[in-house]
Design a protein around this ligand. Sequence first.
Ligand code: TTP
Ligand code: MG
Length: 487
Amino acid sequence: MILHIDMDAFFASVEQRDNSELKNRPVVICGSSPRAVVSTASYEARQFGIHSAMPLFQARQRCRNLVVVPVNMEKYARVSRQIMAVISRFSPLVEPVSIDEAYADVTGCRTLFGPPEAIAMQIKQHILTDLSLTCSIGIAPVKFLAKIASDMHKPDGLTHISKEQMPAVLKDLPIEKISGVGTRAMKQMGVLNIRTLGDVQRFDADFLSRKLGKFGARLFELSWGIDTSRVETRSLRKSISSETTLAADTADFLEAKDILLAHARRVGRDLRKKDLVCQNVAIKITFSDFTRITRSRKIDAPVCSGEAIFHVALSLFEQVPLKKKIRLLGVGVSHLQSADIPVQMPLIPPAGHRIKKQWETVDRAVDQIYEKFGRDMVTPAVLKPMTAKPLAKGGKMTQSMKVLIFGKVQGVFFRMETLKAAQKTGVTGYVRNRADGSVEAVFQGTPDQVAQMEKWCHTGAPASRVDRVVTEDMPSAPDFRAFEIRY
Ligand code: TTP
Ligand code: MG
């Protein structure tokens, strides 16, 4: 059984505890800049509709007696360590997930401390008596449900979803309760009339994967109560990261993409140097107004290639609405393990597996060049201006190039946009969807035209997400008369 422990109005409760004048009053914890947003609101302030991430001026409009307390991160970090210490008294398997929440696997703790509910009550009791704070705890057979349960009866709640209750809870669970559901996936599910996990159960895994990508497969499993993620202890959560404060704040997506790539490659290199692999990738963004967000994702199989880390980082980045300029950008990896630990491979390797292995080989070769000749000898293709090799054919300089585009790239719109771009550039050839979810295109034209199209492929049609572009010269391609969409 898994426990998910989440503190109630954490920053605000700590301040209310330490200053009796703040007790029972509407309090927000907030930065001091004029454009500051609320970090958290006390439950008294929440009655006015004030919540985390709300601009302070708006919060003040809602409640005239609002008390604004500055953030004291060091103090919250200290209290956080005390909370984790309390939880660790009841289980050796504790995974802190943020400053105020943790998972604890209490499966093996029954003999010492009793059944999960008794353990949860004792944790709540200790946090209250030792630290004068309240928390809410969710208990469930799997992690994602434990997290949902802890939120069900906040504040000071205790919610147990037993194995027997799981089917009924899953059936009515609104999908927006599941963490990691992006706005695009929400839209797509709206089209499919999916509002609850019960609705998800009507579809099969293949269909959901096709419609929602990788998230579809996870959603399918969750809808049937399957969540294979384990509670990862702190020792496994060491991380490696790379970040920079930019010379000038930027809102340029391509610039940010290049920075992410550079960081991902640096992190990958560090991993390989230490003979480690990671199974979690995170990005960190500080905006020009100093608000900061982090996003992270667990990945299916451990990786150490900069390319693999980059693709996860990029997809996380794409889910962040860029309303403000970026001041700092970073990539981090965690859930590290030795690269020597044999990874259990699925019987049928997933489609990307071979490509992933190839990238790791490329990365290791590039590492050696770095070691020998220094940094500037090799740069990843995306950071380099695109060039094309001309080939003499039929007396005129034409080049034919086959391009495979991976990512969220299928659909009528993507093909139409490729056609439009090709016609604009003047190349001939074709574009078609492939069964594995990628798009294949062949471009024929002058080296310049082909290079332009190759460059276009790296960004793709608006609203698409290009993960990877593989190109291949085709010296013996036939002459194409026009550019067409093939089916
Ligand atoms: P949460 O656990 O999301 O919120 P909370 O503990 O304040 O309230 P709840 O009772 O609903 O759990 O976040 C923990 C702390 O993280 C929160 O006290 C302040 C900080 N935080 C921010 O700084 N910005 C944010 O946008 C959010 C959501 C939280
Ligand atoms: Mg909380």
